[in-house]
Design a protein around this ligand. Sequence first.
Ligand SMILES: Cc1cc2nc3c(=O)[nH]c(=O)nc-3n(C[C@H](O)[C@H](O)[C@H](O)COP(=O)(O)O)c2cc1C
Length: 204
Amino acid sequence: MAHSAPDIDPADVGPLLGGLSAPLAAVSSRAGDVSNAQIAVAITAASIVPQRPRLIVQIYHTNFTHGLIAESGILAVNFLEASQLPLIWQLGMQSGRDGDKLECVGYARGATGSPLIEGCYGYLDCRVVNAMDGGDMTVFLVEVVAGRTNGGERMTWREARPRLPDRWADEWDRKIAGEIDVSLSTMGGVDPATWADHFRNGPQ
Ligand SMILES: Cc1cc2nc3c(=O)[nH]c(=O)nc-3n(C[C@H](O)[C@H](O)[C@H](O)COP(=O)(O)O)c2cc1C
């Protein structure tokens, strides 16, 4: 059954959504002998147990990285350092489908096998615990199996956005407009019975 929601006026909710914390990170993965990384901000802590950290990571279906995570069940969250502005262009505005984006990016392989990008503020190397389909994207619940804070100055999208060269900002506006169109046509394709039945019949 398709799901539809009413249109919301962005002016009513923009300050609320913009106030949610959004780290700027490169989410990397590897399946078989293919490694890739993309930029992501939709990342949230999802555990109250300090020694068993978990995250929620939202990845869009159309991204090359999505297929690698879905196939391998692994990903690493590489938190960008303030000096890594060019990675927004390299990893966030190109697709691994069109070439090896990590060719010119130094990285090591983490405990899971996911790429750990050099020079980052820190990383969390993770395994997928579960996932939920959002129609246009997947919400991955992941557990952290290794991590390190390297230090430096961490970067948020709010700080980085005004520092983007005009050409990158224009490219981003063009790319996100196309992706919003794709989401509008796919985000309704979620069967609400999946979760409703789970809580009616499954474990509480
Ligand atoms: C600032 C910024 C934030 C982004 N946030 C996300 C995100 O949270 N989730 C996501 O799936 N894509 C996000 N993207 C888009 C991907 O990084 C982008 O589509 C990328 O080209 C996908 O690469 P791939 O096809 O190699 O996986 C973001 C991009 C930028 C520039």
